[in-house]
Design a protein around this ligand. Structure first.
Ligand code: 9UX
Length: 69
């Protein structure tokens, strides 16, 4: 399944790398695609992730989760 999150605060390619790395480390994640310009982070996973787990990963990277759709 795919879930789209919105992350606030990313401004460069390194930010994208950090968020990608942290979310990729969550159990069950198969792919992460970040669009820097919009802050949209599409996460492909074999099962639904908890919003808390994703929020924590984003937080760990130094950014803020502001939306899920
Ligand atoms: Mo550099 Mo991207 O501090 O935040 S990693 S702009």
């Amino acid at each position: 399944m795919e879930t789209v999150y919105v992350v606030k605060g990313m401004t460069c390619g390194h930010c994208v790398g950090s968020v990608t790395q942290e979310i990729s480390a969550l159990p069950g994640v198969e792919g992460v695609d970040v669009v820097l310009e919009t802050g949209k982070v599409t996460v492909k996973s074999e099962a639904a992730l908890t919003e808390d787990a994703v929020r924590e990963a984003v937080d760990e990277a130094g950014y803020e989760l502001v939306g899920v759709s």
